[in-house]
Ligand binder design. Structure first.
Ligand code: PLP
Length: 374
């Protein structure tokens, strides 16, 4: 079965994991600090901290804003469930908005009808790795949370996605452009916020790791006592994850080249299929991370079934959140999200795909078009 998403790891990742295990310290430690520094430098993200998942980074991001309890936060319905869950778990209310049917990103015009005095932040998602038109949203003068889970390597007007708004997050889960197995990152405009994030991620205590504990003990009696700055959950990353991430940072430029090649092959071949609407390219000057290749097609469900029957797995990212009863907003109408729910499909795009596999996906599209007279 050809998979829709995937990562590529090699000997360097394995060596780093082995070294970490041989050191007998697998938890939070020096490799995390190294990964943080290298990620910051590579992507010009000044204030960056690693955590254990993108989902937890979202909860951290919302919490860092210190909004009054019960604030409304606007976010696209066409996103992953963690975005809404983070808002709710931080004590606020998600207000779902529509997205641009072409870019699949939130625009200012999608947000404006929902603005009230109780709206105190906007969460945007750089869908598939295409940068959101942020300047128009920043002009609204509300705090912006950037979900850059898909957008490591993406830039907007020369700036790194995830580090433009007040606070941004990254995901390093098993299928993201840069994987650490599971993992996430948080970026803040203010350096004091990242200091706070580093305290919060260890139950609001801050100092963690054997080396830090020993250093702390040297100048103290009763060094086992600690100060709890704030109540918070634990979201510490491990040296194992950071070790994988360090090797991925060396590899990622190569992985991005392969992603771009697969993307270009699809763009070229689908251009002659009028029933396939292809995703848009990044605006000149911006960089696309090519996380996922999402087409809009006639007879989407039949196509997905046909591909599955021929050993090609596809999926829809995402089932719009406002259609989910949990959030109590099923009476809200968001026509573009609802249209995407009917005709959008993410097809295989990842760096392990061979030319034969890409060719097979394209051939299957051709066959489907022919047999359905599209
Ligand atoms: C848009 C978006 N935000 C957040 C996340 C959560 O990231 P993680 O899987 O690292 O928790 C994902 C995961 O796929 C995502 O797609």
């Amino acid at each position: 079965m050809i998979s829709v998403f995937g990562s590529l790891v090699g000997d360097e990742e394995i060596a780093n994991v082995t070294a970490c295990m041989k050191s007998q310290w697998m938890g939070f430690g020096g490799s995390v600090a190294k990964f943080e520094q290298r990620f910051s430098e590579k992507y010009a993200v000044a204030n960056f901290a690693m955590v254990d998942s993108g989902s937890n980074a979202l909860f951290m991001a919302v919490s860092l804003l210190n909004l009054p309890r019960g604030s409304d936060i606007i976010l696209p319905s066409f996103t992953w469930v963690s975005c809404a869950q983070a808002v709710i778990m931080a004590g606020h209310r998600p207000l779902f908005c529509d997205v641009d049917p072409v870019t699949m990103n939130v625009r200012r015009e999608d947000v404006e009808p929902l603005l009230t005095p109780n709206v105190r932040a906007i969460m945007v998602v750089h869908y598939a790795g295409l940068a959101v038109e942020l300047d128009a949203l920043l002009d609204l003068k509300l705090p912006i949370i950037e979900d850059a889970a898909h957008a490591v390597c993406s830039t907007y007007k020369g700036r790194p996605c995830g580090a433009i708004g007040d606070v941004g997050i990254y995901s390093f889960d098993a299928v993201k452009n840069l994987t650490t197995g599971e993992g996430g990152g948080i970026a803040c405009r203010e350096s004091t916020w990242i200091d706070r994030a580093k305290v919060l991620r260890y139950c609001g205590i801050g100092k963690s790791g054997f080396e830090a504990a020993v250093a702390n003990a040297k100048g103290k009696s009763r060094w086992w006592e600690y100060n709890i700055a704030e109540p918070f959950i634990k979201m510490l990353p491990t040296n194992i994850a950071a070790g994988i991430g360090l090797a991925q940072l060396d590899r990622i430029d190569q992985l991005q080249i392969r992603r771009a090649e697969v993307w270009a092959a699809y763009q070229r071949e689908f251009a002659s299929m009028p029933w396939v609407r292809t995703p848009v390219e990044a605006t000149t000057g911006d960089t696309h991370s090519y996380f996922t290749y999402c087409v809009r097609v006639t007879k989407r469900d039949e196509l997905a079934r046909f591909l599955l029957d021929n050993q090609v797995y596809t999926t829809l990212r995402y089932h719009p959140l406002h259609l989910n009863g949990l959030y109590g907003q099923t009476n809200v109408r968001l026509p573009n999200c609802e249209a995407l729910n009917e005709d959008a499909l993410s097809i295989p795009l990842h760096p392990r795909l061979s030319d034969d596999e890409v060719g097979k996906v394209i051939e299957l599209f051709k066959m489907f078009g022919k047999t359905h007279a599209l």
